[in-house]
Design a protein around this ligand. Sequence first.
Ligand SMILES: [Fe+2]
Length: 302
Amino acid sequence: MIPTYYEFTNPAKICSGKGALEHIPYELKMLNGHCPMVLSDNTLKKLGLLDLLLEAMPEVAVGRVYTDIPTDSSVETVNQIAREYRAYGCDSIVALGGGSVLDTAKGLKLVISQHTDQLLDQMGCDCIPSGLKVPFIAVPTTAGTGSEATAVAVIKNNEKRIKMEFISEVVLPDVAVLDPRLTMGLPPRVTAATGFDTLCHAVEAYSCLQKNPVSDAYALAAVSMVSHNLLRAVENGKDKEARYAMANASYLAGAAFSNSMVGIVHAIGHALGSIAHVPHGEAMAILLPVGMRYNLKYCRET
Ligand SMILES: [Fe+2]
């Protein structure tokens, strides 16, 4: 059934496939980004993925490379990076990483665009104006969170010991770069868990009450890609085609649930993560079958 009214937002340009990283200088130029801040983490630096990114953009005058981003991004981290962004005269963001790095970049964009130096100033704001233009290129290194396509930043408030969600179109990237070279080294268990997160985003987006025909199209395409490629990527991490398909599935599922939301599986999964420290993707794999069984009668009614 088509809802009587719905909205769908997915403004990011996608640079996807072979040599996608090498397109970043052009995209920055088109966005008027001349002095980007590059965000990543120390694990990706050790693995050589940060070098891969920097080597792909030799003509870009990078203002600052920042890699001290913890596994769970925090308000303090975002505020510190915002100070450095201004001190080094940066005018744009290139973020290479998984959920935490991309969430940090989104928090940074929020702080800079709203002319503040405290992320918490934006806490609980329903309506955040677009503010200062901050070109933002997201380069995911896992195929799971779909963060490069979502209008949500999850950032920890260490003082209150809670994870906060900042939801605004302001945090959406301008460009998402999906390069299969970046996920080739992920171990099988991480590939499986993050792949299940993607599947769960798509299934919950397709079965929740806020779904619409456009989010349905994205979700179904993601389910199809996961069903044909996740096992291949787990069994052979060097399968470029399967890795590439999973990166696309993650993006599509992210765009779907960013617009139609997720449901009970994520609600319980987040609680399991906070209290019992169950990794997010593994929680999704455990909970998806029972969550869907629970939802079945409601899905039949709608
Ligand atoms: Fe998820």
